[in-house]
Design a protein around this ligand. Structure first.
Ligand SMILES: NC(=O)c1ccc[n+]([C@@H]2O[C@H](COP(=O)([O-])OP(=O)(O)OC[C@H]3O[C@@H](n4cnc5c(N)ncnc54)[C@H](O)[C@@H]3O)[C@@H](O)[C@H]2O)c1
Length: 389
C-alpha cells in the first residue's frame, strides 16, 4: 500500500469520521460511506470545524486544509468501494449487522482489497466468517478520538493470511500511528487490561473505603494518571464503559475478574451517563463544583496500590496468554489510554515480588478469585526475573 491506495470507510459516526480524516491527512483519497445522510452531513460539517480550528491555530495552511477535505468523498452507497485497496468498517457494534455488511462488501470490492473492522468488542473471527475470502479480513482498532490517539490495535483473526498484516502495519505507521498486534480475544489489549482501572475503583467505592473524588485524586496524585477512573468513566460515557465491561465479562465465560457492577448499571439506568448528559458521577452543570477529596495519605496509598497491582496483574496475564508481546502491551497502555508508564515496566520498577505480595494479601483477605495472581507473575518471582533488562 502507498499514498495512491484508495481507502473506504463505512460508518460516518465518531470513529469513521476520525479514520477518514486520518487517511485523508496522510494523502489518500477516501470514500466515507454511511446509510444516513444526516450522519454524512454531520461528519462533513464536523471536519470543516476541525480544519478551521487547525488553520486558525496555524497548524495547517488553508490550501492544505481545503485539499484534505476534497480528498474525502461522502457517499451513501458502497458502490465506489470497487477501486479501494482497504475498507475499514466503523458502523454500529452489532455482530449481525457487521456480518451482513462484510458479506455485501465482498460483492463490491476487488479481490485484493483488505477488509477491516474497527470493532471494540466483537470477535474478528466471526466477522471474517461472513466473507468467502476471510483471509483478507482483520481488526484495525482505533481509539477515540482517532485523529489524536496514536494507538492502533491490529487484530488478525484465525482466518487472516499473515501476508496481509505487514502492509497494514506499514500503512498505519505511515499514518503516524503506533500499531500493536493483538490476539483476537475479548477487549484485545487495552480494553482487557484496563478493566480493573474502572472495576476496582468502583469496588473500592462500593465498599465505602473512599468516595469517587478521593479515588480519582489518589490515582492522579500518587499514580500520575491524567484522569481518575470516575472522571474517565464520565468522559467515555457510563453507558459505553458499562457495555464494554459487560461484553468482556460475557465473552470471558463469566470470569469473576471482569464482573460488571450494580453501581455503574444504576448510573446508566438513571441516565447519568457522564459529560454528555451533564451528569455522571460528577455534575457538569455550570456553577457546580466537584466534591473535595479526602487527601489522607494512608487511604491514597491503599487505593493506588490496590488498583495498580490489579492492572499489572491483567497486563502480566495478557502476556502469559500471548495476547501480545511485552513491548506491545506496554506501548498499548501508554499510547491507547495515556497511562503514565507501561504496566510491565512499572512492575519491574516496583519489584515483581512486591506486586505479587500485594495481590496475595488481597486474595487472602477477600477469598475471591478476582484477586488471583497470574501464574506468570508467580513463576517470574520464584526465578527472580524481570520483564525488561
Ligand atoms: N466510540 C468509541 O469510543 C469507539 C472506539 C473504538 C472503536 N469503536 C467502534 O467503532 C464502531 C463505530 O463506533 P462509533 O462510536 O463511531 O459509532 P457511531 O454511532 O458514532 O457511528 C456509527 C455510524 O454507522 C452508521 N451505520 C450503521 N449501520 C450502517 C450500515 N449498515 N451501513 C452504513 N452505515 C451504517 C450510522 O448511521 C452511524 O453514523 C463500533 O464498532 C464501535 O464499537 C468505537
Amino acid at each position: 500500500m502507498n499514498i495512491d491506495s484508495k481507502i473506504g470507510v463505512i460508518g460516518a459516526g465518531a470513529m469513521g469520521s476520525g479514520i477518514a480524516q486520518i487517511a485523508a491527512t496522510a494523502g489518500h483519497s477516501v470514500y466515507l460511506c454511511d446509510s444516513s445522510n444526516e450522519a454524512l452531513s454531520g461528519s462533513k460539517a464536523k471536519l470543516q470545524k476541525v480544519m478551521d480550528r487547525l488553520v486558525e491555530k496555524g497548524k495547517v495552511n488553508s490550501t492544505a486544509a481545503k485539499e484534505l477535505q476534497e480528498r474525502i468523498s461522502y457517499v451513501e452507497n458502497t458502490g465506489c468501494f470497487a477501486d479501494c485497496d482497504l475498507v475499514i468498517e466503523a458502523i454500529v457494534e452489532n455482530i449481525e449487522v457487521k456480518k451482513s455488511v462484510f458479506n455485501e462488501l465482498e460483492t463490491i470490492v476487488s479481490e485484493d482489497c483488505i477488509l477491516a473492522s474497527n470493532t471494540s468488542s466483537l470477535s474478528v473471527a466471526s466477522i471474517a466468517a461472513a466473507c468467502k475470502n476471510s483471509e483478507r479480513v482483520m481488526g484495525i482498532h482505533f481509539f477515540n478520538p482517532a485523529p489524536l490517539m496514536p494507538l492502533v490495535e491490529i487484530i488478525p483473526a484465525v482466518q487472516t493470511d499473515e501476508k496481509n498484516l505487514s502492509p497494514i502495519i506499514e500503512l498505519m505507521k505511515s499514518w503516524g500511528k503506533a500499531p500493536v498486534l493483538a490476539k483476537d480475544t475479548p477487549g484485545f489489549i487495552v480494553n482487557r487490561i484496563a478493566r480493573p482501572f474502572y472495576g476496582e475503583a468502583i469496588r473500592i467505592l462500593e465498599e465505602g473505603i473512599a468516595d469517587y473524588a478521593t479515588i480519582d485524586w489518589a490515582l492522579k496524585n500518587k499514580g500520575g494518571f491524567r484522569m481518575g477512573p470516575f472522571e474517565l468513566m464520565d468522559f467515555i460515557g457510563n453507558d459505553i464503559n458499562y457495555k464494554v465491561t459487560e461484553t468482556v465479562f460475557e465473552q470471558f465465560f463469566y470470569d469473576p475478574r471482569y464482573r460488571p457492577s450494580f453501581t455503574q448499571k444504576r448510573m446508566v439506568e438513571a441516565g447519568r451517563l457522564g459529560r454528555k448528559t451533564g451528569r455522571g458521577y460528577y455534575s457538569y452543570k455550570e456553577g457546580d463544583t466537584a466534591p473535595k477529596p479526602n487527601e489522607d495519605n494512608e487511604i491514597c496509598e491503599e487505593i493506588f496500590w490496590r488498583i495498580l497491582v490489579m492492572l499489572i496483574n491483567e497486563a502480566v496475564d495478557a502476556l502469559y496468554l500471548h495476547i501480545a508481546s511485552k513491548e506491545d502491551i506496554d506501548l498499548a497502555m501508554t499510547k491507547g489510554v495515556n497511562y503514565p508508564k507501561g504496566l510491565l515496566s512499572w512492575a519491574d520498577e516496583i519489584g515483581l515480588k512486591k506486586c505479587l505480595d500485594k495481590l496475595d494479601k488481597l486474595q487472602a483477605e477477600y477469598g475471591e478469585d478476582r484477586y488471583r495472581a497470574s501464574l506468570l507473575l508467580r513463576k517470574m518471582v520464584s526465578k527472580g526475573e524481570k520483564f525488561f533488562e
